[in-house]
Design a protein around this ligand. Structure first.
Ligand code: HAS
Ligand code: CU1
Length: 576
């Protein structure tokens, strides 16, 4: 039997645990999403307006930090173990990073849940971006840091496997899946420097009461240093599924392995030096720095456009192997009755629209029209909420049998589920984008103001509200179906055997055609670092010299001194 679970039972256990955590977060986040969707459209208001922000914080953290990252660590563990064909160097270490992630999650979640009651001083109504001056209980930040350290150790674990593999296979090209994991993790290490610095040096000491204030522009900038690349941390595993699973499900092979590698290297190079495109309207950052971020963002479209080409070309190749013909007629020959395929293909289709709204966001002048409106949630419900989430759910229909040894309960149920998700997002994504153009703000419990009407170019605002509410309901139905289906498949209620289809076919143009220099990850990481220095040192220096490390007043030298004193003071305390 060729199933992953039979070959690597210990690793499969960690993968299953990560997936279970991921889907639990999805369920919790989804319920919060329904409450919000109905609340802000005015259809059902079961919470206070003030509680809306607790709900929204939980929704954001559960969906974009927990659901996505737990899924991807599980998926990456499979990708590394399976593609290198070797066990973890030390399974105890593998268990350790997962346990750390869970410990971090419990702390952060306790703080988030505390927001629902006055009985404790736990609270984290700070939304997933935790901008100062919004302040959470310290346990929230400690939880986040612990969770991130867990992901760092996961990366160490995979690098150890890769180095050991290289020792035994000198001169060989790294298998594609492992290559994708390594480049993604290098990107993640660079990106998380920003959030680690923001939390450890500024926000956590401030919430612990060790320092009086923070420079909120500085912590925002450090957040977006991390906050843009984190979106690719979610996207790159979805891309990996499109590159390695989708061509196979289409009935063919990946069109080009070298092109896929180039895409992942481009993400490593360009993901971080673009973060300022979230801050086009922030005062205190000179226009020139914003322009540089915009230019880098436009270059960053390239890996996604390359992906669109390669993945669709691979699908066409697959369809033609299955007898498809014609310029577009081949589309009919694709396996549309397979939920794993259909879900991923629809996720890709939706991403084409999402990429377009991303381009609008990225243009400095167009951004002024859409920033802080519902357009932006429209954009990310199509990117992370569809391209990523639907790919993860659909991919699970293929992936779950590999790690549990049990077949999926019902293909038809799976198909209905992925179609409903797509439909729900068509309503919600479309209506949110349009409501944003009408000026409806994001992150607002009840966007109704005296004397203000939102004018839509087409249709009416009530129709948009209805679409958002309807979308929320359809998505919830899809989510509940997914959870039920997952349960039925996982516990093998129908006793369906797992199909023996775990092998990934070779690409049409294989790794031997890739330039050797692509393997040089030190070089790419070095260039990525250089680009980060070039784009971030000047804006950060300027932010600190105008407002100090810890808020207004103080010159750069003065605050550097203050900062130094703060750093050594615990040490002085210990000595005394
Ligand atoms: Fe974004 C805001 C720009 C991609 C997520 N983004 C956000 C926020 C989130 C987010 C969460 O420049 C809100 C943050 C907040 O809370 O404030 N984004 C971009 C650009 C891209 C982009 C240029 N975003 C993503 C992805 C995300 C994500 C991916 C999550 C996973 N975004 C912005 C900007 C803002 C922003 C500004 C700030 C807005 C503001 O003012 O606040 C690009 O990476 C997009 C490139 C994509 C393409 C599409 C290629 C098409 C493909 C499909 C192939 C088709 C297939 C299927 C496979 C060029 C690959 C074929 C099927 C058949 C049947 C044939
Ligand atoms: Cu971004």
């Amino acid at each position: 039997m060729n199933l992953f679970v039979d070959r690597y039972p210990d690793e499969a256990r960690v993968v299953r645990a990560a997936l279970a955590s991921s889907f639990l977060a999805l369920l919790i986040g989804g319920i919060m999403g329904l409450i919000q969707g109905l609340h802000r459209t005015g259809y059902l208001q079961i919470i206070q307006d003030s509680t809306y922000y607790t709900v929204l914080s939980l929704h954001g953290v559960a969906m974009v930090l927990l659901f996505t990252i737990y899924f991807l660590v599980g998926f990456f563990q499979w990708a590394v173990t399976d593609s290198l064909d070797r066990s973890s160097e030390d399974i105890r270490f593998t268990n350790l990073w997962y346990i750390l992630m869970v410990a971090g999650t419990l702390m952060a979640t306790a703080a988030l849940l505390g927001g629902f009651t006055d009985a404790t001083n736990l609270e984290a109504d700070v939304l997933y971006t935790f901008y100062a001056p919004l302040e959470a209980h310290p346990i929230f930040y400690i939880g986040l840091v612990t969770f991130i350290i867990g992901t760092w150790l996961a990366g160490v674990d995979w690098f150890r496997s890769w180095w050991a593999w290289k020792q035994e296979h000198p001169g060989e090209r790294t298998p594609l899946r492992a290559f994708m994991v390594m480049t993604t993790m290098l990107m993640w290490y660079l990106a998380t420097i920003g959030v680690a610095a923001a939390i450890l040096f500024f926000i956590l000491p401030w919430s612990l009461g060790l320092v009086d204030g923070v420079n909120s522009l500085l912590t925002r900038t450090l957040f977006w240093f991390f906050g843009h690349p984190v979106v690719y941390f979610w996207l790159m595993p979805a891309y990996m599924m499109w590159y390695v699973i989708l061509p196979k499900l289409s009935g063919g092979r990946l069109f080009s392995d070298p092109l896929a590698r180039i895409v992942f290297v481009l993400f490593l190079l360009l993901s971080v030096p673009t973060g300022i495109h979230h801050q086009y309207v922030d005062p205190g950052i000179a226009e020139g720095f914003k322009f540089v971020a915009m230019t880098n963002t436009m270059f960053l479209l390239l890996p996604s456009l390359l992906t669109a080409f390669t993945v669709v070309a691979s699908m066409e190749h697959g369809a033609k192997q299955r007898g498809g013909t014609g310029r577009l007629g081949w589309l009919r020959a694709l396996p549309w009755n397979n939920p794993a395929f259909t879900g991923m293909a629809l996720a890709g289709l939706m991403f084409a629209a999402a990429g377009f709204s991303g381009m609008v966001n990225a243009g400095m002048n167009l951004n002024y029209v859409v920033h802080n409106t519902l357009w932006v949630p429209g954009h990310f419900h199509l990117t992370v909420g569809t391209a990523v989430a639907l790919t993860f759910m659909a991919g699970t229909y293929w992936f779950l049998p590999q790690i549990t040894g049990n077949g999926v309960f019902s293909k038809r149920l799976g198909l209905v589920q992925v179609l409903l998700w797509f439909l729900g997002m068509v309503f919600m994504g479309n209506a949110m984008h349009r409501a944003g153009l009408a000026g409806v703000p994001r992150r607002t419990a009840d966007p109704v103001y005296d004397g203000v009407t939102f004018d839509t170019a087409l249709g009416s605002i009530n129709e948009l509200r209805l679409q958002i509410a309807l979308g929320s309901v359809i998505l919830t139905v899809s989510l509940l179906l997914f959870m039920a289906h997952l349960f039925l498949s996982w516990f093998d209620v129908a006793s369906n055997p797992a199909p023996d289809n775990g092998t990934i076919p070779e690409a049409l143009s294989g790794p031997e055609n890739a330039p050797v220099v692509l393997e040089n990850l030190r070089l790419w990481t070095g260039i990525a670092l250089l680009l980060i220095v070039l784009t971030y040192v000047l804006p950060i220096t300027s932010i600190v010299s105008s407002n100090g490390f810890f808020g207004p007043a103080g010159t750069l030298v003065g605050t550097l001194y203050e900062f130094g004193v703060w750093l050594v003071s615990p040490l002085a305390g210990v000595i005394a």
